[in-house]
Design a binder for this molecule. Structure first.
Ligand SMILES: [Cu+2]
Length: 419
C-alpha cells in the first residue's frame, strides 16, 4: 500500500496541485463559452446595457438580469436565422430557478421569432438554488444554431441547498409549498408499478428456452410449438390489465386534478424596440488582427448623418467592451456590477478623438488591444474560412445621447514582421 502511494506520489501531487490551481484561479471554472466559434459570438447576438441586481445572494434570494440585445444584421450564412428562439440562461447546471422571463413587456416563457438588425430589451428573474460560485450568462437558444451566450458574470450563492423552496399558487388557487417536490411521490409510484409489471411480463418469457432453441425450432418449421395456449392467456391478461390500469389511472388523475391545462406549444410574439436610424455610417476599409501584439486594428470611414457632433465611445463585440477613456459619458455607461474581466483596461484607442461634425466623413483607426482576445479565444477567428469581424460601436454627442451602429468587415491576420 505504502509502496503504491510512494510510486504515485508525484502524480498525486500534480493532481492535487491542478485542483488547487483550478479552485484558486476562478477563470478555470468558467464553463466552455470560450470554445464557441468567434463568428457565433461576434456576428449573431450582441448584448448591451446589461445589468445585474447583485453578484452575491443567499439560497432562495432573487437575481434580476436585464439588458438589451441586437441581432446582428449580417447573420452568418451557415447558421439558420432566428425563426424560433428561446430566452434562457447559461449556468453550470440548474443552479438557479427561473421565475420570470420577459422580452420587451411580453412573457418569454415560450419561444418566438426575432428579427435581424433589431433591438430587444429583456429581463429575467431567478431564484438562487444551489450554493457555489457560478458563472451566469444570458442566452438565446436559436433553433438549428444552438445556444448564443451573452456576457457572463460571477454569482456567489451562499447558504444550504436543503433550504431551497419554490412555492407557487396555481390558477385554481391551490397553494404549492415547494414545486420541486410536489407530486414527485406520485411519479415514483406510477413508475414503480409499470416497472414491476414489465419485470413480471419479461420473467415469464425468460424462464423458457431462449434464442438458440427458438431459432432451431423456427428453422425446423416447428415455430407454432413455441407459443403455448398458456402464453396466449398470459399475454391477453397483460393486455387487458394494462388497458384497465391506463383507463383507471386517467380517471383517478381526472378526479384528483379536475382542472388542468396542457403544456402550451404555441409561440410568443415580441415587438422589437423602435428602430433608431444609426446616426453614423461605418465603412470598414481594412481590419487586421495583430497576433503578437494582441491588437485589433480597424481602419474605418465614419460618416455622421446625425444632427449633432459625435465621438466614438465604445467598441463592443463578443461581450467584450473596449471603452474610449477620453469620452466620460461612455465611461459612465458602465454598470458597476458589469464583469471587470470583460472590460479591457486599456480601452479603445481612437485615431482622432475630436467630435465628428454633422455631415462629415472621417477616416481613422480604431484600436482594441488586450490579452482578452487570447483569453476569450477570439483569435481563432483567423482560422475561420469566413473570417469577418462583427461589432457594435457606440457614439455619443455632447449631451450624452447615444446612437449605436454595427460594424462588419473581413479581417486579415498579421503574424509579425518578417514572417
Ligand atoms: Cu461562463
Amino acid at each position: 500500500m505504502f509502496k503504491f502511494l510512494k510510486k504515485y506520489a508525484r502524480q498525486m501531487r500534480l493532481v492535487v496541485g491542478l485542483g488547487l490551481l483550478a479552485s484558486v484561479s476562478g477563470q478555470v471554472l468558467a464553463h466552455g463559452e470560450r470554445n464557441q466559434e468567434p463568428f457565433l459570438r461576434m456576428r449573431t447576438v450582441h448584448f448591451y446595457d446589461m445589468k445585474w441586481n447583485t453578484t452575491e445572494v443567499p439560497v432562495n434570494g432573487e437575481i434580476v438580469v436585464s439588458g438589451t440585445f441586437r441581432l446582428f444584421p449580417e447573420w452568418p450564412g451557415n447558421l439558420p436565422p432566428p425563426k424560433r428562439v428561446f430566452l434562457g440562461n447559461g449556468t453550470p447546471g440548474p443552479v438557479l430557478a427561473r421565475t420570470e422571463s420577459w422580452i420587451g413587456d411580453v412573457p418569454a416563457i415560450q419561444s418566438g421569432q426575432l428579427e435581424l438588425d433589431r433591438d430587444y430589451t429583456f429581463r429575467s428573474v431567478y431564484k438562487a438554488r444551489i450554493p457555489g460560485n457560478h458563472h451566469v450568462h444570458p442566452m438565446l437558444n436559436v433553433e438549428g444554431a444552438g445556444p448564443l451566450l451573452g456576457p457572463g458574470n460571477w454569482l456567489a450563492i451562499t447558504g444550504n441547498r436543503e433550504d431551497f423552496r419554490l412555492p407557487i399558487d396555481t390558477i385554481d388557487g391551490t397553494h404549492i409549498e415547494n414545486l420541486e417536490t410536489w407530486g414527485v411521490g406520485t411519479v415514483f409510484k406510477w413508475h414503480a408499478l409499470w416497472f414491476a409489471i414489465a419485470l413480471v411480463y419479461m420473467l415469464w418469457w425468460l424462464r423458457k428456452p431462449l434464442l438458440m432453441p427458438r431459432f432451431l425450432a423456427t428453422e425446423a418449421g416447428n415455430d407454432d410449438l413455441l407459443i403455448t395456449r398458456g402464453d396466449r392467456m398470459w399475454g391477453a391478461a397483460f393486455m387487458v390489465g394494462t388497458l384497465v390500469i391506463v383507463v383507471a389511472g386517467a380517471n383517478w388523475a381526472e378526479a384528483k386534478y379536475p382542472r388542468t391545462v396542457p403544456l402550451q406549444g404555441g409561440e410568443a410574439t415580441w415587438e422589437p424596440l423602435p428602430k433608431q436610424a444609426a446616426s453614423v455610417k461605418i465603412a470598414v476599409k481594412r481590419a487586421t488582427y495583430d497576433v503578437p501584439g494582441r491588437s485589433m486594428k480597424i481602419n474605418v470611414t465614419l460618416t455622421n448623418n446625425g444632427p449633432k457632433p459625435v465621438q466614438v465611445g465604445e467598441f463592443l463585440t463578443a461581450g467584450l467592451r473596449f471603452v474610449n477613456h477620453d469620452v466620460p459619458v461612455a465611461m459612465a455607461n458602465i454598470d458597476p456590477l458589469f464583469p471587470k474581466d470583460l472590460i479591457p483596461p486599456s480601452g479603445l484607442k481612437v485615431g482622432d478623438n475630436t467630435p465628428i461634425a454633422p455631415g462629415e466623413s472621417r477616416t481613422m483607426m480604431l484600436e482594441a488591444t488586450d490579452a482578452a482576445w487570447e483569453v476569450e479565444r477570439l483569435t481563432s477567428l483567423i482560422n475561420d474560412p469566413d473570417n469577418r469581424v462583427g461589432a457594435l460601436v457606440f457614439f455619443f454627442d455632447a449631451d450624452g445621447n447615444r446612437s449605436i451602429s454595427t460594424l462588419s468587415g473581413p479581417i486579415v491576420p498579421f503574424f509579425g514582421a518578417g514572417k
